[in-house]
Design a protein around this ligand. Structure first.
Ligand SMILES: NC(=O)c1ccc[n+]([C@@H]2O[C@H](COP(=O)([O-])OP(=O)(O)OC[C@H]3O[C@@H](n4cnc5c(N)ncnc54)[C@H](O)[C@@H]3O)[C@@H](O)[C@H]2O)c1
Length: 258
C-alpha cells in the first residue's frame, strides 16, 4: 500500500513543545517542508535547522489568517495546541465558571480559527488534510478538568462537521486523542491535582502517573511521543486516503476501559 505523504508542505500549530514538537520533527525527518507555529516565541527559536517557524496566538483570528496566507500551498495542517484550566476540577464546582473562558478560547475557538483560515486554500487545491489534537478526556467526561474535557469533546464534534464539509473537496479532517504522554501539559495536571496539599501528601509526578496509568489504561503504559507522531504522519499519508471524520484514540485502551 502507498504510504508516502500526499504532498510535503505541513504546518504544525502548537509545535514549540511536547507532542507538537515531536510531530513537527517527525514530518521533517520524513522529508516534508515544515512550518512550526506556536505562541511561545522563545521555545520556537529552538526549532531544528530546516524548519521554518512563526509566532501565532491561535485565539487571534487575524494572526492565524496571516499565518495561512504566508504558508502558501500547504497540504497538511496539524493542530496540537492545548491548555488546561490549571485547577483540579473534581468536583466540577472547584473550577469557577470564569476559568472556562480561556480553555474554550484556546482549545476550541483556536481550532475553529485555524480551520477557517486554512480550509479555503485546501479546498481550492482539492487535496490534503487537517488533524486536530483532542483528548480521551473529550470522550469520557473526565473529572480531572471539566472545561478541558468539554473543549475536547466540542473539538471532536467540530472535526466531524469540518470533515463532512470538506469531503466533497477531497480534503480529509481527523482528530487524535492521546491518553497519557509525558509533556508539560500532562505534568500540569499532576500539579493542579495537589494544589493546596502539603509536600508530604503529594506523590511525585512519576508515582502519580504510574498509579493513574495502572488504573485507567489496560495496556498499562505511557503513550510515547514517537507513537503519537507516527499516527499523525499516517493520517497525512495516502494510506489514510479513505479515513475522514475519525477520532483515533492513542491511549493504551483507556476509552474502551472507561
Ligand atoms: N500530554 C498528554 O498526556 C495529552 C493527553 C491528551 C491530549 N493531549 C493533547 O495533545 C495536544 C498537545 O499536548 P502537549 O501535551 O504536547 O502539550 P504542551 O503543553 O506540551 O504543548 C502545547 C503547545 O501549545 C502551545 N500553545 C498554548 N496556547 C497557545 C495559543 N494560544 N496559541 C498558540 N500556541 C499555543 C504551547 O505554547 C505549547 O507549545 C494538546 O491539544 C493536548 O490537549 C495531550
Amino acid at each position: 500500500m502507498e504510504t508516502e505523504l500526499i504532498v510535503n508542505k505541513v504546518v504544525v500549530i502548537g509545535a514549540a513543545h511536547g507532542i507538537g514538537r515531536a510531530v513537527a520533527d517527525a514530518f521533517l525527518d520524513a522529508g516534508s517542508s515544515v512550518l512550526a507555529a506556536d505562541a511561545d516565541d522563545r521555545a520556537l527559536e529552538k526549532s531544528p535547522a530546516g524548519m521554518t517557524s512563526r509566532v501565532v496566538d491561535v485565539t487571534r483570528l487575524e494572526q492565524v489568517e496571516k499565518l495561512a496566507s504566508e504558508c502558501g500551498d500547504v497540504s497538511h495542517v496539524v493542530f496540537t495546541v492545548g491548555v488546561g484550566s490549571g485547577h483540579c476540577g473534581f468536583p466540577f464546582w472547584n473550577v469557577p465558571p470564569a476559568q472556562w473562558q480561556r480553555v474554550l478560547e484556546v482549545n476550541l475557538i483556536g481550532a475553529v480559527n485555524v480551520a477557517h483560515a486554512f480550509a479555503p486554500g485546501l479546498a481550492d487545491r482539492g487535496r490534503g488534510s487537517m488533524c486536530f489534537f483532542t483528548s480521551v478526556a473529550g470522550q469520557i467526561g473526565s473529572q480531572t478538568d471539566p472545561p478541558y474535557s468539554a473543549s475536547k469533546a466540542a473539538l471532536i464534534n467540530f472535526a466531524q462537521c469540518a470533515a463532512k464539509d470538506l469531503a466533497p473537496f477531497g480534503v480529509r479532517v481527523n482528530a487524535i486523542a492521546p491518553g497519557m504522554v509525558k509533556t508539560d501539559l500532562n505534568q500540569s495536571v499532576w500539579k493542579s491535582s495537589f494544589r493546596g496539599s502539603s509536600a508530604k501528601e503529594q506523590p511525585t509526578y512519576e508515582e502519580w502517573a504510574a498509579d493513574k496509568i495502572e488504573k485507567v489504561a489496560p495496556l498499562g503504559r505511557w503513550q510515547e511521543l514517537d507513537e503519537i507522531a507516527a499516527v499523525t504522519l499516517f493520517l497525512a499519508s495516502d494510506a489514510a486516503r479513505n479515513i475522514t471524520g475519525q477520532t483515533i484514540n492513542i491511549d493504551g485502551g483507556q476509552v474502551m476501559h472507561s
